[in-house]
Design a protein around this ligand. Structure first.
Ligand code: C2O
Length: 577
């Protein structure tokens, strides 16, 4: 950034002055970190295809943000491409700073060509691995990167200090322009073309044609521990991930410490992060090891069933004869593509650390019980068109049968300035208007309704939300992501949720705390959270195609009475629609 004019420096001082007024007391002690994100075109080649893609600073994947708990981030995003842009800091609580959350038309109008916006927020009470990604249309397919939050200075991890930390971010690559892929799907009503590859840190690896040179390599030494910060930034698939002949110890998910457990394979849904400890072999093994990922798929649609691989390579000890030998290559065995039983066993192992230092503050009483169905459905084909969705309709998706219509202005502004009339309805249904056997024989009428309906909660409402999958177009696992909060996963099961029986089995002691949870295929999951963050908060399936089809809704959390219970006023550079 370099040169600062007197005018800019005045502006900076004014900004600092204001931040001193607004900065929450408990956040003091951190530093301010500045990042500059220029959204620009860049030619990138993979699988022998070169394409011009939208990137941050010409990098793919995008730059890594590294901060400490308590730090303030000022990230200036300058849009130098033709698309509208917004960036979301996935999993950041954004306490009172909802204007910086990022989903387009929810907390902000997008940043238009030639414009800029500075995201300004403080990281409060969080440490671990998160990520950032574009939050408009399918631009997150190329605009994404790790967001690493280190503990405060001098505070150790609740596990052995690793000798190195390595972000591993999974992505999805289309030879075509992903914006054209989703535009075509929405036009025809059919499913989108599947991707051509998955990637590890932007690289598809040796199992694809014309790709061996684009392979992620992790070089390790024997007898050490490595912290792998795994991030699923894929658009449309949950992934199994494993490293041949090595065991992983899961220590954190979604930037919350968990009770450590060992596993050969992890399951990670789009929007989820998982920190694992990799302990390397004590002796130089005379072998290299593939690490690979491929999807866990439950739905009926087509999907990219390919496998991304990287290489775990032991550095040859100096003066060793090993360097002369031909090394054997080991490959991991991943679960079958539809292995729901693995998925269930894996998610059942996840428990909050729930220590005195990192307690699990599970809401014990509930103010509002909510029941939302999530799943696919259909919407009618326009006259004179032939549609490629089920029975000549268009694919749609919904929550409580409401397929969410994006407004043309931002919801948070409408709410803040009391101008919600004509923009959204505050009456999102607390349960399906027409109950049915959710996981039984599908109903004859599969049509969704459309609307911009929000669920309004008074400040500090304690919410229990049951998310119920439906069989309307076949059961399917849906990774639901809630903005602005972490929640506790207090229970899950298959079939229809039974409000009389199931709650007695809820775990209110050490349930896993996270921001994205897989609703089991043909089942339900129950979550609890405290609505202690005023603002408008998006909730949606993190399978991007389902979001595009309308599997999304938003919450309004009202201000509380005290100053630290209110949303800050909007920043002056907030983009206009
Ligand atoms: Cu990572 Cu609204 O999403």
């Amino acid at each position: 950034m370099g040169f600062v004019s007197p005018l800019q420096s005045f502006a900076l001082q004014a900004m600092l002055f204001f931040s001193m007024i607004f900065i929450p007391q408990h956040a003091l002690g951190g530093i301010t970190r500045h990042y500059h994100f220029e959204i620009k075109y860049q030619n990138v080649s993979r699988l022998c295809h070169t394409k011009t893609m939208v990137t941050v600073n010409g990098q793919f994947p995008g730059p890594r943000i590294v901060a400490r708990e308590g730090d303030r981030l000022l990230i200036k995003v300058v849009n130098n491409v033709q698309n509208n842009i917004s960036i979301h800091w996935h999993g950041i609580r954004q306490l009172q700073s909802g204007w910086a959350d990022g989903p387009a038309y929810v907390t902000q109008c997008p940043i238009q060509t030639g414009q800029s916006y500075t995201y300004n927020y403080t990281i409060v009470g969080q440490r671990g691995t998160l990520f950032w990604h574009a939050h408009i249309s399918w631009l997150r397919s190329t605009l994404y990167g790790p967001l690493v939050i280190l503990p405060k200075h001098g505070l150790p991890y609740p596990f052995t200090k690793p000798s190195r930390e390595v972000p591993i971010i999974f992505g999805e690559w289309w030879n075509a322009d992903p914006e054209a892929v989703i535009a075509q799907a929405l036009q025809t009503g059919g499913g989108p073309n599947v991707s051509d590859a998955y990637t590890i840190n932007g690289l598809p690896g040796p199992l694809y044609n014309c790709s061996a040179k684009d392979t992620f390599k992790l070089k390790v030494k024997p007898g050490k521990t490595y912290l792998l910060r795994l991030i699923n930034a894929v658009l449309n698939d949950e992934l199994f991930f494993s490293i041949a002949n090595h065991t992983l110890t899961v220590v954190e998910v979604d930037a919350i410490y968990v009770k450590p457990f060992e596993t050969d394979t992890i399951l990670i849904a789009p929007g989820q992060t998982t920190n694992v400890i990799l302990k390397t072999k004590s002796q130089y093994p005379n072998a290299t090891f593939l690490m690979s990922a491929r999807p866990y798929v439950t739905g009926l649609g087509t999907f990219d069933n390919s496998t991304v691989a990287g290489i775990l390579e032991y550095e040859v000890p100096p003066h060793s004869l090993s360097s002369m030998k031909k090394l054997s290559l080991f490959k991991p065995i991943l679960p079958a593509l539809n292995d729901t039983s693995f998925a269930t066993k894996f998610t059942n192992k996840l428990r909050s650390l729930a220590s005195s230092q990192f307690p699990a503050n599970v809401p014990q009483k509930v103010d509002r019980h909510l029941f939302f169905t999530v799943g696919l459905g259909t919407s009618p084909c326009q006259q004179n068109q032939t549609c490629q969705g089920p029975n000549g309709t268009k694919f749609a998706a919904s929550v409580n049968n409401v397929s969410f219509t994006m407004p043309t202005t931002a919801l948070l502004q409408s709410h803040f300035f009391g101008q919600s009339k004509g923009v959204y309805s505050p009456y999102f249904p607390i349960s399906p208007l027409i109950p049915f056997n959710y996981t039984g024989t599908p109903p004859n009428n599969t049509m969704v309704s459309n609307g911009t309906e929000l669920m309004v909660l008074p400040f500090n409402t304690s919410v229990e939300l049951v998310l119920q999958d439906t069989s309307i177009l076949g059961v399917e696992s849906h990774p639901l992501h809630l903005h602005g909060f972490n929640f506790f996963v207090v229970g899950q099961g298959f079939g229809n949720f039974d409000p009389n029986k199931d709650p007695s089995n809820f775990n209110l002691v050490d349930p896993v705390e996270r921001n994205t949870v897989g609703v089991p295929s043909g089942g339900w999951v129950a979550i609890r959270f405290l609505a202690d963050n005023p603002g408008v908060w998006f909730m949606h399936c993190h399978l991007e195609v389902h979001t595009s089809w309308g599997l999304k809704m938003a919450w309004v959390v009202l201000d509380g009475k005290l100053p630290h219970q209110k949303l800050f006023p909007p920043p002056t550079d907030l983009p206009k629609c």
